[in-house]
Design a protein around this ligand. Structure first.
Ligand code: OXD
Ligand code: MN
Length: 577
């Protein structure tokens, strides 16, 4: 038993006064016991055992259904280190506030000690943490979402000595007493008052993104909100791609893409659907691991057409959160065939009450359930990245695809990512917000320093990946999507990989390199040439005003803003003439 962990557990025990302490081992037996306990207490509803073996439905408090960015803080000693991109609180004040909430918070409850590893347990790039939680639902989710939960992670911590401390209590689920605090300088997290997803499964957004991004900066790597996929071509080539999209923009769907019938021989295999840790390798390439071992995916919209792999993988050994039920006890959400009978709050379904499944309802499942699982995800060395893709959900402006001129321009493209908001966070849906590198909610430090760090990482890459930007979500004036999306996105990936291999044509525009209509494989799609032209158009006045807006965003960062990025922005403006 690592002494530092034991000491910390004793401290937390004295503060929170639980009735019991349970050190998680991660075994099947333990998981079965926790599950049985949740079934007994009524928190888990077993689903139809024949059609959905070992699947359960969990309903969260209706007040607690999404990440709460306005209650999420980065507590660095200096406010400027957290940056205008984060809510900040002084560490001492934050600790005081949180410790007052945690005082006696676990009375009558069990304190679970959840050691875990982000990344393959034998990987030098992996990092360990321990989450203390009073939620058995969280412990079970962490078992699927992380590597080596329990004994294996604890053994690594004993060897290494260091770990991220994450303290969590569901508290009273009172939104007035809910805070997610990060102390990157201390490698610690305190989360109180929510039992949901990214607020409570501390390995994910809190550790693998906010704390890790800070750690990565001092250690010379990047922790990013990116899916990771392997793209196999009919000629037998494999390329690894990392892609950053804001929440609920289809990262899981892209990571598990099923090729269209018109593209035989192509294959997409999944390494990860949400987070990538990227390291410059000794060979001058960028190497990536997925720190996670499972998916916490958005259920609505997942169906046999949009994502056949995901649809199949959630048919066994899955925890569903806030989905609806059919009359047969099967899980149901919008976008699926059939009818809901019971809504996400357990009421008989009535369309007057809104959607049957909560729009941010989720499935938690082990990555190994995925029929398209890429075994390279287990490689401790990671995989070399050929391309980084940025993207957002934008009705207008951003074309289907363009390629940055070089790494530095790619950093500008990433910093300009913007997307229309979805249900993954609380707040308004459909509002365009700037979400640089899709990391607005997740960068654990000042964006200006973060962009500088991206530039510095690029300097260490003799063979940097190509950087692209995509937009699957362009609409015409009537609000109709111009691009079919889903499996057909492979056509765009194909062009990118041909670019990487130096085989595909492109022409230069002020925003970067773009395919001409004929450079994209659109055979059999039935897209009107005018539609393709619209998808590939660069609207100069609209771009000028978008870049001016981005320049205004940069101004917020004052003198910390890296000069090369400003110069890059002027360069694009200059190209527009
Ligand atoms: C997620 C998110 O849950 O980005 O992955 O919100
Ligand atoms: Mn995410």
């Amino acid at each position: 038993m690592p002494e530092a962990v034991d000491r910390w557990v004793q401290e937390v025990r004295a503060l929170t006064e639980p009735a019991r302490v349970h050190w998680c081992t991660g075994t099947e037996t333990e998981a079965a016991e926790l599950t049985a306990q949740l079934v007994k207490s009524g928190e888990f509803l077993p689903l139809n055992a024949e059609r959905f073996p070992r699947c359960y439905l969990y309903r969260s408090d209706p007040n607690d259904v999404a990440r709460v960015e306005h209650l999420t803080f980065v507590c660095t000693r200096s406010e400027a280190d957290a940056g205008p991109n984060n809510h900040w609180m002084a560490p001492q004040a934050a600790h005081q506030k949180m410790d007052a909430l945690f005082k006696g918070a676990m009375r009558g409850r069990t304190l679970y000690v959840v050691p875990y590893c982000m990344g393959p347990i034998g990987s030098p790039y992996a990092r360990c943490g321990v989450e203390i939680t009073d939620s058995p639902y969280v412990a079970l989710n962490m078992r699927m979402m992380t590597h080596g939960m329990g004994t294996a992670a604890l053994a690594r911590i004993a060897r290494e000595g260091s770990f991220v401390r994450g303290l969590h209590s569901t508290g009273e689920l009172d939104p007035e007493r809910r805070f997610i605090m990060h102390f990157p300088e201390e490698l610690s997290i305190k989360s109180y008052g929510s039992g949901y997803g990214g607020n409570a499964l501390l390995g994910k957004k809190c550790h693998a993104l906010r704390i890790a991004s800070y750690q990565a900066r001092s250690e010379g790597w990047l922790a990013e909100h990116m899916l990771l996929l392997a793209l196999d071509s009919p000629a037998g080539e494999t390329h690894y791609v990392a892609a950053a999209f804001p929440s609920a923009c289809g990262k899981t769907n892209l990571a598990m893409l099923v090729p269209p019938a018109a593209m035989p021989g192509w294959k997409v295999r999944t390494l990860g659907d949400d987070i990538a840790w990227l390291h410059p390798g000794p060979d001058g390439r960028l190497w990536a691991i997925n720190p996670e071992a499972g998916y916490f995916g958005v259920a609505p919209g997942t169906n046999s057409k949009s994502n056949r792999n995901a649809f199949e993988m959630v048919r066994h050994d899955t925890i569903f959160t806030n989905v609806a039920l059919t009359k047969n006890g099967d899980p149901w959400w919008e976008g699926m065939e059939g009818e809901p009978a019971i809504d996400w709050q357990g009421r008989p379904y009535d369309p007057k009450n809104g959607p049957a499944a909560h729009p941010n309802s989720r499935f938690t499942v082990s990555a190994r359930n995925n029929p398209s699982y890429a075994t390279e995800a287990d490689d401790p060395a990671g995989v070399p990245i050929a391309a980084i893709i940025f993207g957002g959900r934008r009705r207008a402006l951003a074309p289907l695809v363009f390629e940055a001129r070089n790494w530095r321009h790619g950093v500008l493209v990433g910093s300009g990512v913007a997307s229309e908001t979805t249900a993954a966070i609380t707040g308004k849906v459909g509002v365009l917000r700037r979400d640089p590198m899709a990391m607005k909610p997740f960068a654990g430090y000042n964006f200006a320093d973060y962009w500088q760090h991206w530039l510095s990482v690029g300097e260490r890459l003799a063979k940097p990946p190509k950087v692209f930007h995509v937009n699957w979500f362009r609409q015409d004036a009537a609000g109709k999507f111009l691009w079919p999306g889903f499996g057909e996105n492979l056509r765009v990936l194909k062009w990118m990989m041909e670019r990487v291999a130096g085989r595909a044509a492109a022409h230069e525009t002020p925003i970067g390199f773009m395919p001409a209509r004929a450079d994209l494989d659109t055979q059999g799609l039935g897209l009107a040439p005018a539609t393709l032209d619209e998808l590939l158009a660069v609207d100069a006045p609209a771009w000028r005003s978008d870049l001016a807006h981005l320049g205004g965003e940069f101004d917020q960062y004052g003198t910390r803003m890296p000069e090369p990025l400003r110069l890059e922005l002027y360069d694009v403006l200059r190209r527009f003439g």
